[in-house]
Design a protein around this ligand. Structure first.
Ligand SMILES: NC(=O)c1ccc[n+]([C@@H]2O[C@H](COP(=O)([O-])OP(=O)(O)OC[C@H]3O[C@@H](n4cnc5c(N)ncnc54)[C@H](O)[C@@H]3O)[C@@H](O)[C@H]2O)c1
Length: 336
């Protein structure tokens, strides 16, 4: 089977490409990515005999058509996105173009040029459900209530997937997942930014009072969830995926700082001195939490990596890969 992974040079996509190549020896993975952050995440996979890479934009309908035809794409795992909430606030239309039109163009290409009766899987987010108070968790029954252009654009993608299944009988599935963490996440996101800044003794900026709560899932556990849903869930299924691992941003950061002090031989409390509180993000959702019990009940998935272990692994990966950090940070700085 030839599987198109969009956004395969991104954080989740590059972990998924590696996962898929190792777990599915009969599949060829075709990555389509415009390399918004360069190819550092995929360089070591470019020569893999079952991996083909296409540099290109998912909003370019002609290019997407040619990828489907040339590579005889059977199934799609769609992970490309403008994935940054702040960028969606500073330039909403750019985010909407990629996340809404991009999804529509891929669905249309799959409908018209897909090879056979493959599946279209959308990698979506818990943010489509809006914000929670202190109690309860989102489930598959929660109403959509996105609060920023990023989450609204992702919600539109979810609806398009559903509509293509209902209208055209396309085989589809969706994962709405909580915050992922792990290797190869770009340092414009919370956890890698904090690790990289703390290592370089730079300020650790925290929005508002830092009490916003997020549920965290190690990226490999997300890849396993996508795999099991892609293969075993009925068409049209959408699953909430989460780590049942909720942390206030500030709690998480203090824990990380303590681990960094130990690893970098700093006096206890040294890294936490770098924490600085900055003006809150507009429309900042207070809390997200996912109830992934349906996925456990239906398909037996549970997270395998504990938060403590995942955080150690993640911190170690960034500290052990300074060339990656320098290369990607230089790209991000050049963009500003
Ligand atoms: N990171 C998370 O915590 C999280 C949680 C739930 C869902 N998601 C979803 O998972 C997906 C991947 O997120 P991520 O964190 O890996 O993001 P990322 O920003 O690290 O990666 C996105 C990738 O998409 C590519 N891309 C962007 N626009 C493109 C375009 N127009 N054409 C082709 N490629 C394009 C980028 O070059 C990048 O490689 C997104 O759809 C996101 O909404 C992420």
């Amino acid at each position: 089977m030839n599987v198109l992974v969009t956004g395969g040079a991104g954080f989740i996509g590059s972990n998924l490409v590696r996962y898929w190549l190792s777990e599915h020896p009969d599949d060829v993975v075709v990555t389509l990515d415009k390399l918004a952050y360069g190819d550092a995440n995929l360089r070591d996979c470019l020569d893999h005999p079952r991996h083909e890479f296409v540099k290109g934009d998912i909003t370019d309908a002609e290019l997407v058509r040619s990828v489907f035809v040339k590579h005889e794409i059977h199934s799609v795992i769609h992970a490309a996105a403008q994935s940054h909430v702040d960028a969606s606030i500073s330039d909403p239309l750019a985010t909407i173009e990629v996340n809404v039109m991009g999804a529509a163009i891929l669905l249309e290409a799959m409908r018209l040029y897909g090879a056979g009766d493959g599946r279209f899987h959308l990698v979506s987010t818990d943010e489509v459900y809006g914000a929670l108070g202190d109690q309860a968790a989102f489930s598959e029954e929660s109403p959509y209530a996105p609060n920023n252009p990023y989450s609204a654009s992702k919600a539109a993608g979810d609806h398009l997937v559903r509509a293509y299944a209902r209208t055209f009988g396309m085989e589809v599935s969706t994962t709405n997942c909580s915050n992922n963490y792990g290797p190869r996440q770009y340092p414009d996101k919370f956890l890698p930014k904090m690790i990289c800044n703390a290592a370089a003794e730079l300020p650790l900026p925290v929005y508002g009072d830092g009490r916003n709560v997020r549920d965290w899932l190690y990226v490999e556990d997300h890849c396993r969830a996508i795999d099991v849903i892609f293969h075993d869930a009925p068409s049209g299924a959408a699953y909430c995926v989460g780590g049942t691992s909720e942390w206030q941003n500030i709690e998480l950061l203090r824990m990380l700082c303590a681990q960094l002090d130990e690893r970098l031989d700093r006096p206890a409390g040294k890294s936490a001195e770098l924490i600085t509180f900055v003006a809150d993000r507009p429309g900042h959702d207070y809390r997200y939490a996912m109830d992934a019990s349906k996925l456990e009940r239906d398909l037996g998935w549970t997270p395998q990596v504990s938060f403590e272990d995942g955080l150690q692994r993640t911190m170690a990966w960034y500290l052990d890969n300074p060339e990656w950090v320098d290369e990607v940070s230089a790209l991000l700085a050049a963009r500003k």
